[in-house]
Design a protein around this ligand. Structure first.
Ligand SMILES: [Zn+2]
Length: 266
């Protein structure tokens, strides 16, 4: 499932492939991907406008248009974007197609239909309407703010990391990696941790997400010592403690090592 590092990869891809291009026409192949906008409302907002910028907040991408508005892309479980030329085959599971005046195209692809495409005039308003917390890598999320956000919460630590209204961008896979690198057990509750644990968690979170953004999608390229390389049945602790433990935490399949990540709570 695309998380912040994967979406940062899509951002780079769009910056390289579509920024500066002018939209000739748009085609929604399946209206179920649209949220808060109909295809008939969407078409005139895109037609003849050029793409000026690609911005990211958490798992959302904002495609900035010369009109001042934004096409907003969210990738659900399996979404991605693919550019192709006129005459090439359209990617399968294309749900939205942007055709540019230079004979190139962009497909928003979503196999499982869980992604969402929206349109907004105001980026900040969209972010607050979606109840998104600060982006996990933004300059505005410094260590003090991160500490204040987490300390205001009780309950499961991993659930809090994945709660987009607290900090935006972390999902199941990177939550596991961050907690492994921080030596914290995903099943622990925030109130069982010391302040020093949470202080340590902040730089680890930033580092893991940055490393993830550099290697998105290629788990074999992650540095040695990363859990992500071992996130499969029978995967082993990178610190040589044997097989990883697979449990359900916050309703999600969770990989951890009981020796690297000892429980602090009961
Ligand atoms: Zn271990």
């Amino acid at each position: 499932m695309p998380e912040l590092p994967d979406v940062a990869g899509f951002q780079e891809y769009l910056e390289a492939n579509v920024v500066g291009k002018t939209i000739d026409h748009t085609s929604v192949k399946d209206d179920r991907i649209l949220e808060g906008v109909s295809s008939h409302e969407l078409y005139p907002r895109l037609k003849d406008h050029s793409i000026q910028s690609i911005q990211r907040h958490g798992k959302f991408l904002f495609v900035g248009l010369s009109s001042g508005g934004y096409l907003v892309l969210h990738f659900g479980m399996t979404g991605e974007v693919k550019a192709f030329r006129n005459g090439d085959d359209q990617p399968s599971h294309t749900r939205l197609l942007l055709a540019f005046k230079d004979a190139s195209n962009l497909a928003y692809v979503s196999k499982r239909m869980l992604g969402k495409v929206s349109f907004t005039e105001k980026r900040d308003r969209f972010i607050s309407e979606q109840d998104l917390g600060p982006d996990a890598l933004s300059d505005r999320l410094d260590r003090d703010r991160f500490l204040a956000i987490l300390s205001s919460r009780k309950g499961n630590l991993k659930a809090a990391l994945m709660d987009q209204s607290l900090v935006s961008g972390i999902g199941n896979v990177y939550a596991d990696e961050i907690l492994f690198q921080a030596g914290l057990n995903p099943a622990d509750s925030i109130e069982d941790l010391e302040e020093s644990d949470l202080k340590h968690l902040y730089p680890v979170m930033r580092r893991v997400l940055r490393v993830g953004a550099r290697h998105q999608g290629h788990s074999e390229e992650y540095p040695a010592g990363y859990l992500l390389r071992e996130r499969f049945e029978g995967g082993r602790c990178p610190e040589f403690h044997g097989e990883l433990t697979v449990t359900k935490v916050a309703g999600r399949t969770t990989y951890s090592c009981p020796q690297c990540q000892p429980r602090k709570g009961s």
